[in-house]
Design a protein. Structure first.
Length: 453
Protein backbone atom coordinates (compact mmCIF):
# COMPACT_ATOMS: atom_id res chain seq x y z
CA UNK A 1 0.00 0.00 0.00
CA UNK A 2 1.00 3.62 -0.32
CA UNK A 3 2.07 5.92 2.47
CA UNK A 4 -1.49 6.72 3.48
CA UNK A 5 -0.90 6.29 7.20
CA UNK A 6 2.23 8.41 7.41
CA UNK A 7 1.06 11.42 9.41
CA UNK A 8 2.84 14.00 7.31
CA UNK A 9 1.08 12.76 4.17
CA UNK A 10 -2.45 13.68 5.28
CA UNK A 11 -3.04 17.20 6.54
CA UNK A 12 -6.57 16.34 7.61
CA UNK A 13 -5.53 13.62 10.03
CA UNK A 14 -5.89 14.29 13.75
CA UNK A 15 -2.16 13.88 14.41
CA UNK A 16 -0.87 15.04 11.02
CA UNK A 17 2.72 16.22 11.45
CA UNK A 18 3.20 14.49 14.81
CA UNK A 19 6.29 12.29 14.89
CA UNK A 20 6.58 9.39 17.30
CA UNK A 21 9.63 7.40 18.37
CA UNK A 22 8.79 4.00 19.83
CA UNK A 23 11.25 2.18 22.07
CA UNK A 24 8.98 -0.61 23.21
CA UNK A 25 8.30 -4.30 22.67
CA UNK A 26 5.49 -6.77 23.27
CA UNK A 27 1.91 -5.44 23.18
CA UNK A 28 0.96 -2.58 25.49
CA UNK A 29 2.95 0.38 24.20
CA UNK A 30 3.22 -0.88 20.62
CA UNK A 31 -0.59 -0.90 20.65
CA UNK A 32 -0.48 2.72 21.78
CA UNK A 33 1.78 3.32 18.79
CA UNK A 34 -0.74 1.65 16.54
CA UNK A 35 -3.46 3.96 17.87
CA UNK A 36 -1.33 7.04 17.22
CA UNK A 37 -0.54 5.86 13.69
CA UNK A 38 -4.25 5.35 13.09
CA UNK A 39 -4.82 8.99 14.07
CA UNK A 40 -2.25 10.11 11.52
CA UNK A 41 1.05 10.26 13.39
CA UNK A 42 4.26 9.11 11.75
CA UNK A 43 6.04 6.50 13.84
CA UNK A 44 9.55 5.09 13.80
CA UNK A 45 10.03 1.94 15.86
CA UNK A 46 13.50 1.21 17.23
CA UNK A 47 14.12 -2.53 17.42
CA UNK A 48 17.08 -4.36 18.99
CA UNK A 49 19.33 -6.42 16.71
CA UNK A 50 17.19 -9.54 17.25
CA UNK A 51 13.94 -7.65 16.78
CA UNK A 52 10.84 -7.11 18.90
CA UNK A 53 10.09 -10.22 20.97
CA UNK A 54 6.62 -10.53 19.41
CA UNK A 55 8.31 -11.36 16.11
CA UNK A 56 8.78 -14.79 17.69
CA UNK A 57 5.20 -15.07 18.99
CA UNK A 58 3.14 -17.40 16.77
CA UNK A 59 5.91 -17.11 14.18
CA UNK A 60 5.35 -16.73 10.46
CA UNK A 61 7.72 -18.20 7.87
CA UNK A 62 11.08 -16.40 7.86
CA UNK A 63 11.57 -14.33 4.73
CA UNK A 64 14.00 -11.67 3.58
CA UNK A 65 12.60 -9.22 6.13
CA UNK A 66 13.83 -11.39 8.98
CA UNK A 67 11.78 -13.04 11.74
CA UNK A 68 8.12 -12.17 11.88
CA UNK A 69 5.17 -13.30 13.93
CA UNK A 70 1.43 -12.95 14.11
CA UNK A 71 1.74 -11.08 17.39
CA UNK A 72 4.01 -8.51 15.78
CA UNK A 73 1.83 -8.16 12.68
CA UNK A 74 -1.20 -7.29 14.84
CA UNK A 75 0.26 -4.36 16.76
CA UNK A 76 2.81 -2.84 14.42
CA UNK A 77 0.89 -2.03 11.26
CA UNK A 78 1.71 1.32 9.68
CA UNK A 79 5.08 1.73 11.41
CA UNK A 80 8.62 2.04 10.13
CA UNK A 81 11.31 -0.16 11.69
CA UNK A 82 14.93 0.74 12.35
CA UNK A 83 17.44 -1.65 13.90
CA UNK A 84 19.64 -0.07 16.58
CA UNK A 85 21.74 -1.72 19.27
CA UNK A 86 21.07 0.43 22.34
CA UNK A 87 23.69 -1.55 24.27
CA UNK A 88 26.36 -0.02 22.01
CA UNK A 89 27.48 3.37 23.40
CA UNK A 90 27.88 4.54 19.81
CA UNK A 91 24.08 4.49 19.51
CA UNK A 92 23.69 7.55 21.76
CA UNK A 93 23.97 10.19 19.00
CA UNK A 94 21.61 8.18 16.80
CA UNK A 95 19.00 8.08 19.56
CA UNK A 96 19.49 11.78 20.24
CA UNK A 97 18.94 12.62 16.59
CA UNK A 98 15.76 10.56 16.56
CA UNK A 99 14.58 12.34 19.71
CA UNK A 100 15.27 15.73 18.12
CA UNK A 101 13.08 14.65 15.21
CA UNK A 102 10.27 13.43 17.46
CA UNK A 103 7.29 15.02 19.18
CA UNK A 104 6.56 11.92 21.26
CA UNK A 105 8.75 9.18 22.72
CA UNK A 106 7.05 5.92 23.72
CA UNK A 107 9.36 4.33 26.27
CA UNK A 108 8.72 0.89 27.73
CA UNK A 109 12.19 -0.34 28.66
CA UNK A 110 12.75 -1.43 32.24
CA UNK A 111 14.10 1.28 34.59
CA UNK A 112 17.46 -0.47 34.76
CA UNK A 113 17.70 -0.58 30.96
CA UNK A 114 16.64 3.04 30.59
CA UNK A 115 19.49 3.98 32.91
CA UNK A 116 21.99 1.65 31.26
CA UNK A 117 21.16 2.85 27.76
CA UNK A 118 20.87 6.52 28.86
CA UNK A 119 17.38 6.91 27.39
CA UNK A 120 15.50 8.04 30.50
CA UNK A 121 13.52 11.27 30.57
CA UNK A 122 16.28 13.11 32.41
CA UNK A 123 18.74 12.16 29.66
CA UNK A 124 16.47 12.87 26.68
CA UNK A 125 14.47 15.93 27.71
CA UNK A 126 17.54 18.22 27.42
CA UNK A 127 17.93 16.95 23.85
CA UNK A 128 14.36 18.02 23.03
CA UNK A 129 12.68 19.98 25.86
CA UNK A 130 9.32 19.94 24.07
CA UNK A 131 9.18 16.16 23.94
CA UNK A 132 6.15 14.28 25.28
CA UNK A 133 7.80 11.30 26.94
CA UNK A 134 5.52 8.38 27.78
CA UNK A 135 7.21 6.29 30.45
CA UNK A 136 5.61 2.89 30.82
CA UNK A 137 6.38 0.21 33.37
CA UNK A 138 4.76 -2.99 34.54
CA UNK A 139 4.26 -2.05 38.19
CA UNK A 140 4.70 1.73 38.35
CA UNK A 141 7.67 4.02 39.00
CA UNK A 142 7.86 3.46 42.78
CA UNK A 143 7.53 0.66 45.27
CA UNK A 144 9.37 -2.61 45.90
CA UNK A 145 8.56 -4.03 42.44
CA UNK A 146 9.39 -0.92 40.39
CA UNK A 147 12.46 -2.46 38.70
CA UNK A 148 10.81 -5.80 38.01
CA UNK A 149 10.06 -6.65 34.42
CA UNK A 150 6.47 -7.67 34.10
CA UNK A 151 3.76 -9.12 31.95
CA UNK A 152 -0.02 -9.16 31.91
CA UNK A 153 -0.18 -12.43 33.86
CA UNK A 154 1.65 -10.86 36.81
CA UNK A 155 -0.63 -7.84 37.15
CA UNK A 156 -3.65 -10.09 36.75
CA UNK A 157 -2.49 -11.67 40.01
CA UNK A 158 -1.25 -8.61 41.88
CA UNK A 159 -4.37 -6.54 41.15
CA UNK A 160 -6.78 -9.25 42.30
CA UNK A 161 -8.34 -9.12 38.86
CA UNK A 162 -7.89 -12.77 37.96
CA UNK A 163 -9.49 -13.93 41.21
CA UNK A 164 -12.90 -13.36 39.63
CA UNK A 165 -12.17 -13.44 35.90
CA UNK A 166 -9.70 -16.32 35.49
CA UNK A 167 -10.73 -19.81 34.53
CA UNK A 168 -9.40 -22.66 36.64
CA UNK A 169 -7.75 -25.94 35.78
CA UNK A 170 -9.93 -29.05 35.30
CA UNK A 171 -9.72 -29.90 38.99
CA UNK A 172 -10.73 -26.36 39.96
CA UNK A 173 -7.64 -26.06 42.11
CA UNK A 174 -5.51 -23.40 40.34
CA UNK A 175 -6.51 -20.21 38.46
CA UNK A 176 -5.34 -20.12 34.85
CA UNK A 177 -3.82 -17.19 32.99
CA UNK A 178 -6.41 -14.95 31.36
CA UNK A 179 -6.09 -14.74 27.60
CA UNK A 180 -5.86 -12.56 25.62
CA UNK A 181 -3.68 -10.11 27.55
CA UNK A 182 -6.35 -7.46 27.93
CA UNK A 183 -4.39 -5.37 30.42
CA UNK A 184 -1.80 -4.94 27.67
CA UNK A 185 -4.30 -3.73 25.10
CA UNK A 186 -6.14 -1.51 27.56
CA UNK A 187 -2.84 0.01 28.64
CA UNK A 188 -2.27 0.87 25.00
CA UNK A 189 -5.53 2.83 25.12
CA UNK A 190 -4.79 4.59 28.41
CA UNK A 191 -1.32 5.46 27.12
CA UNK A 192 -2.87 6.95 23.99
CA UNK A 193 -5.10 9.13 26.16
CA UNK A 194 -2.06 10.25 28.18
CA UNK A 195 -0.11 11.16 25.04
CA UNK A 196 -3.00 13.08 23.51
CA UNK A 197 -3.55 14.99 26.77
CA UNK A 198 0.14 15.89 27.01
CA UNK A 199 0.17 17.06 23.39
CA UNK A 200 -2.80 19.30 24.17
CA UNK A 201 -0.92 20.77 27.15
CA UNK A 202 2.10 21.36 24.94
CA UNK A 203 -0.09 23.05 22.36
CA UNK A 204 -1.26 25.52 25.04
CA UNK A 205 1.98 26.01 26.93
CA UNK A 206 4.77 25.01 24.56
CA UNK A 207 6.15 22.65 27.21
CA UNK A 208 6.77 18.95 26.99
CA UNK A 209 6.52 16.59 29.93
CA UNK A 210 6.80 13.02 31.15
CA UNK A 211 3.58 11.04 31.49
CA UNK A 212 3.38 7.60 33.08
CA UNK A 213 1.28 4.50 32.67
CA UNK A 214 1.60 0.97 33.96
CA UNK A 215 0.03 -2.43 33.52
CA UNK A 216 -0.79 -2.49 37.23
CA UNK A 217 -2.74 0.77 37.17
CA UNK A 218 -4.75 -0.51 34.21
CA UNK A 219 -5.50 -3.80 35.96
CA UNK A 220 -6.63 -1.89 39.06
CA UNK A 221 -9.03 0.09 36.87
CA UNK A 222 -10.59 -3.18 35.70
CA UNK A 223 -10.70 -4.62 39.21
CA UNK A 224 -12.53 -1.60 40.69
CA UNK A 225 -15.90 -3.36 41.17
CA UNK A 226 -14.20 -6.14 43.16
CA UNK A 227 -11.66 -4.15 45.15
CA UNK A 228 -13.48 -0.97 46.17
CA UNK A 229 -14.01 -0.95 49.94
CA UNK A 230 -16.46 1.00 52.05
CA UNK A 231 -15.96 1.39 55.77
CA UNK A 232 -19.42 -0.09 56.24
CA UNK A 233 -18.18 -3.34 54.66
CA UNK A 234 -15.09 -3.77 56.85
CA UNK A 235 -16.60 -6.37 59.16
CA UNK A 236 -17.88 -8.51 56.29
CA UNK A 237 -14.53 -8.21 54.46
CA UNK A 238 -12.63 -9.45 57.51
CA UNK A 239 -15.06 -12.34 57.90
CA UNK A 240 -14.60 -13.39 54.27
CA UNK A 241 -10.81 -13.06 54.52
CA UNK A 242 -10.81 -15.27 57.63
CA UNK A 243 -13.02 -17.89 55.97
CA UNK A 244 -10.78 -18.01 52.90
CA UNK A 245 -7.69 -18.46 55.08
CA UNK A 246 -9.44 -21.37 56.79
CA UNK A 247 -10.35 -22.89 53.42
CA UNK A 248 -6.71 -22.70 52.30
CA UNK A 249 -5.53 -24.46 55.43
CA UNK A 250 -8.03 -27.19 54.63
CA UNK A 251 -6.75 -27.43 51.03
CA UNK A 252 -10.04 -26.32 49.49
CA UNK A 253 -10.09 -25.78 45.73
CA UNK A 254 -9.73 -22.39 44.08
CA UNK A 255 -13.28 -22.69 42.71
CA UNK A 256 -14.63 -23.17 46.25
CA UNK A 257 -12.76 -20.06 47.36
CA UNK A 258 -14.04 -18.01 44.46
CA UNK A 259 -17.61 -19.18 44.96
CA UNK A 260 -17.48 -17.93 48.55
CA UNK A 261 -16.01 -14.59 47.44
CA UNK A 262 -18.62 -14.08 44.73
CA UNK A 263 -21.52 -14.98 46.96
CA UNK A 264 -20.39 -12.83 49.86
CA UNK A 265 -18.55 -9.89 48.29
CA UNK A 266 -19.88 -9.38 44.73
CA UNK A 267 -23.24 -11.18 44.66
CA UNK A 268 -25.04 -8.64 42.40
CA UNK A 269 -28.34 -10.08 43.59
CA UNK A 270 -27.59 -13.36 41.87
CA UNK A 271 -27.60 -11.66 38.45
CA UNK A 272 -24.47 -13.47 37.31
CA UNK A 273 -26.17 -16.78 38.05
CA UNK A 274 -29.52 -16.01 36.46
CA UNK A 275 -30.15 -12.99 34.23
CA UNK A 276 -26.71 -11.64 33.28
CA UNK A 277 -24.76 -14.59 31.95
CA UNK A 278 -24.14 -17.13 29.17
CA UNK A 279 -26.41 -20.16 28.79
CA UNK A 280 -25.80 -23.48 27.09
CA UNK A 281 -28.34 -24.20 24.36
CA UNK A 282 -29.08 -27.28 22.25
CA UNK A 283 -26.51 -26.23 19.64
CA UNK A 284 -24.11 -23.87 21.42
CA UNK A 285 -24.42 -20.92 23.75
CA UNK A 286 -26.31 -17.67 24.05
CA UNK A 287 -25.58 -14.57 26.11
CA UNK A 288 -28.23 -12.69 28.09
CA UNK A 289 -27.82 -9.17 29.45
CA UNK A 290 -30.77 -8.33 31.70
CA UNK A 291 -29.07 -6.47 34.54
CA UNK A 292 -31.53 -3.66 35.34
CA UNK A 293 -34.61 -4.37 37.52
CA UNK A 294 -36.88 -3.80 34.51
CA UNK A 295 -34.96 -6.18 32.29
CA UNK A 296 -34.73 -8.76 35.06
CA UNK A 297 -38.51 -8.69 35.44
CA UNK A 298 -38.95 -9.06 31.68
CA UNK A 299 -36.56 -12.01 31.65
CA UNK A 300 -38.48 -13.87 34.35
CA UNK A 301 -41.82 -13.04 32.74
CA UNK A 302 -40.65 -14.18 29.29
CA UNK A 303 -39.63 -17.53 30.77
CA UNK A 304 -42.84 -17.68 32.82
CA UNK A 305 -40.84 -17.96 36.02
CA UNK A 306 -41.63 -16.59 39.49
CA UNK A 307 -39.24 -14.13 41.11
CA UNK A 308 -37.16 -16.34 43.43
CA UNK A 309 -36.67 -13.46 45.86
CA UNK A 310 -40.42 -13.20 46.35
CA UNK A 311 -40.33 -16.87 47.28
CA UNK A 312 -37.68 -16.18 49.89
CA UNK A 313 -34.93 -17.84 47.86
CA UNK A 314 -31.62 -16.00 48.26
CA UNK A 315 -28.48 -16.30 46.09
CA UNK A 316 -26.09 -18.93 47.39
CA UNK A 317 -28.74 -21.10 49.02
CA UNK A 318 -29.37 -24.66 47.88
CA UNK A 319 -32.85 -23.63 46.71
CA UNK A 320 -31.26 -20.88 44.60
CA UNK A 321 -28.90 -23.31 42.89
CA UNK A 322 -31.82 -25.62 42.20
CA UNK A 323 -33.81 -22.75 40.68
CA UNK A 324 -30.88 -21.75 38.43
CA UNK A 325 -30.39 -25.37 37.33
CA UNK A 326 -34.00 -25.44 36.20
CA UNK A 327 -33.45 -22.33 34.05
CA UNK A 328 -30.33 -23.89 32.58
CA UNK A 329 -32.27 -26.97 31.55
CA UNK A 330 -34.88 -24.73 29.95
CA UNK A 331 -32.23 -23.09 27.75
CA UNK A 332 -30.65 -26.40 26.79
CA UNK A 333 -33.95 -27.55 25.28
CA UNK A 334 -33.86 -25.01 22.42
CA UNK A 335 -31.34 -23.67 19.90
CA UNK A 336 -29.35 -20.46 20.22
CA UNK A 337 -31.22 -18.96 17.27
CA UNK A 338 -34.55 -19.66 18.94
CA UNK A 339 -33.53 -18.04 22.21
CA UNK A 340 -32.05 -14.95 20.58
CA UNK A 341 -35.20 -14.37 18.57
CA UNK A 342 -37.51 -15.14 21.49
CA UNK A 343 -35.72 -12.98 24.06
CA UNK A 344 -35.34 -10.07 21.68
CA UNK A 345 -39.06 -10.26 20.91
CA UNK A 346 -39.52 -9.52 24.62
CA UNK A 347 -37.07 -6.59 24.48
CA UNK A 348 -34.36 -8.52 26.33
CA UNK A 349 -30.77 -8.08 25.05
CA UNK A 350 -29.40 -11.41 23.82
CA UNK A 351 -26.66 -12.27 21.34
CA UNK A 352 -24.89 -15.28 19.86
CA UNK A 353 -21.78 -16.57 21.62
CA UNK A 354 -19.13 -16.55 18.91
CA UNK A 355 -16.09 -18.67 18.46
CA UNK A 356 -13.03 -16.39 18.06
CA UNK A 357 -12.64 -17.94 14.59
CA UNK A 358 -16.05 -16.56 13.58
CA UNK A 359 -15.82 -13.03 14.96
CA UNK A 360 -14.30 -11.25 11.96
CA UNK A 361 -17.02 -12.71 9.70
CA UNK A 362 -19.88 -11.75 11.99
CA UNK A 363 -22.23 -9.41 10.08
CA UNK A 364 -22.47 -7.01 13.03
CA UNK A 365 -18.68 -6.69 13.09
CA UNK A 366 -18.29 -6.45 9.32
CA UNK A 367 -21.14 -3.99 8.73
CA UNK A 368 -19.65 -1.52 11.21
CA UNK A 369 -16.21 -1.56 9.61
CA UNK A 370 -14.60 -3.18 12.64
CA UNK A 371 -12.35 -5.36 10.47
CA UNK A 372 -9.19 -4.27 8.67
CA UNK A 373 -7.70 -6.11 5.71
CA UNK A 374 -3.93 -5.86 5.39
CA UNK A 375 -1.81 -6.96 2.44
CA UNK A 376 1.61 -8.14 3.56
CA UNK A 377 4.25 -8.41 0.81
CA UNK A 378 5.63 -11.67 2.23
CA UNK A 379 2.71 -13.29 4.06
CA UNK A 380 -0.27 -12.24 1.96
CA UNK A 381 -3.56 -10.85 3.16
CA UNK A 382 -4.59 -10.97 6.81
CA UNK A 383 -7.55 -9.64 8.78
CA UNK A 384 -7.43 -8.00 12.18
CA UNK A 385 -9.74 -5.86 14.31
CA UNK A 386 -9.82 -2.18 13.42
CA UNK A 387 -9.02 0.51 15.94
CA UNK A 388 -11.77 0.80 18.57
CA UNK A 389 -12.67 4.41 17.68
CA UNK A 390 -14.20 5.92 14.57
CA UNK A 391 -14.36 9.55 13.49
CA UNK A 392 -16.14 11.26 10.62
CA UNK A 393 -12.89 12.93 9.69
CA UNK A 394 -9.29 12.90 10.84
CA UNK A 395 -8.45 9.20 10.95
CA UNK A 396 -6.27 7.25 8.55
CA UNK A 397 -8.20 5.33 5.94
CA UNK A 398 -5.86 2.49 5.04
CA UNK A 399 -3.34 0.36 6.86
CA UNK A 400 0.19 -0.48 5.75
CA UNK A 401 1.49 -3.88 6.87
CA UNK A 402 3.88 -4.35 9.74
CA UNK A 403 7.51 -3.74 8.72
CA UNK A 404 10.33 -6.21 8.30
CA UNK A 405 13.07 -6.06 10.91
CA UNK A 406 15.06 -2.90 10.20
CA UNK A 407 13.25 -2.49 6.89
CA UNK A 408 13.42 1.31 7.03
CA UNK A 409 16.80 1.76 8.70
CA UNK A 410 18.56 3.29 5.69
CA UNK A 411 15.54 5.37 4.72
CA UNK A 412 15.08 6.83 8.20
CA UNK A 413 18.77 7.42 8.80
CA UNK A 414 18.99 9.29 5.51
CA UNK A 415 16.08 11.49 6.57
CA UNK A 416 17.78 12.11 9.90
CA UNK A 417 21.06 13.04 8.26
CA UNK A 418 22.80 10.11 9.95
CA UNK A 419 25.77 8.66 8.14
CA UNK A 420 25.63 4.89 7.87
CA UNK A 421 28.76 2.77 7.84
CA UNK A 422 29.89 2.23 4.25
CA UNK A 423 27.46 4.81 2.87
CA UNK A 424 28.17 8.37 1.75
CA UNK A 425 26.54 10.99 3.93
CA UNK A 426 23.19 12.16 2.57
CA UNK A 427 22.37 15.86 2.44
CA UNK A 428 20.79 17.21 5.64
CA UNK A 429 17.01 16.94 5.35
CA UNK A 430 14.86 20.05 5.49
CA UNK A 431 12.26 19.89 8.27
CA UNK A 432 9.00 21.79 8.41
CA UNK A 433 9.61 22.61 12.05
CA UNK A 434 12.90 24.31 11.29
CA UNK A 435 14.72 22.13 13.83
CA UNK A 436 18.42 21.67 13.45
CA UNK A 437 19.19 18.70 11.22
CA UNK A 438 22.91 18.04 11.49
CA UNK A 439 24.49 14.73 10.52
CA UNK A 440 25.81 12.65 13.41
CA UNK A 441 28.17 9.68 13.51
CA UNK A 442 26.66 6.33 12.61
CA UNK A 443 25.77 3.83 15.30
CA UNK A 444 23.21 1.83 13.45
CA UNK A 445 23.40 -1.81 14.41
CA UNK A 446 24.25 -4.34 11.78
CA UNK A 447 25.25 -6.87 14.42
CA UNK A 448 23.48 -10.03 15.45
CA UNK A 449 24.65 -9.50 19.02
CA UNK A 450 21.83 -9.88 21.54
CA UNK A 451 22.24 -7.27 24.30
CA UNK A 452 21.79 -8.35 27.88
CA UNK A 453 18.32 -7.89 29.30
Amino acid sequence: MDRQDRGGDGEGHVLAGIRVLELAQNIAIPYCGRMLVGLGAELVKVEPPEGDSTRYLAPLPIVDGGPDGRGYAMTNVGKRSVRVDLADPASRPVVHRLVEWSDVVLMALKPTDRERFEVGYDQLSPVNPSIVYLEHSAFGPSGPDRALGGYDVLVQALSGLSYVTARSDPAGSVPLTIRPAYNDYATGLTSTIAVLAALRVRERTGKGQRVRTSLLSTALMFSTPNTVQFDADRHQIEEVRSEIETMRRCDASFEDERRLFEERVVPAGGAFDLNFRHYRTSDGYVSVGAMSPTLRSRFLAALELPDPRELGIEPGADEWRSFVSGVEELFRARSSGYWIEYLRSHAIPAVRYNLPLDVLDDPQVVDNGYVVSVDHPAHGRYLLPALPVQMERGMVGGVRPSPGLGQHTEEVMAEMGITMVGHPPPPPPVTASGKASLPVPSAVSRSTHRPER
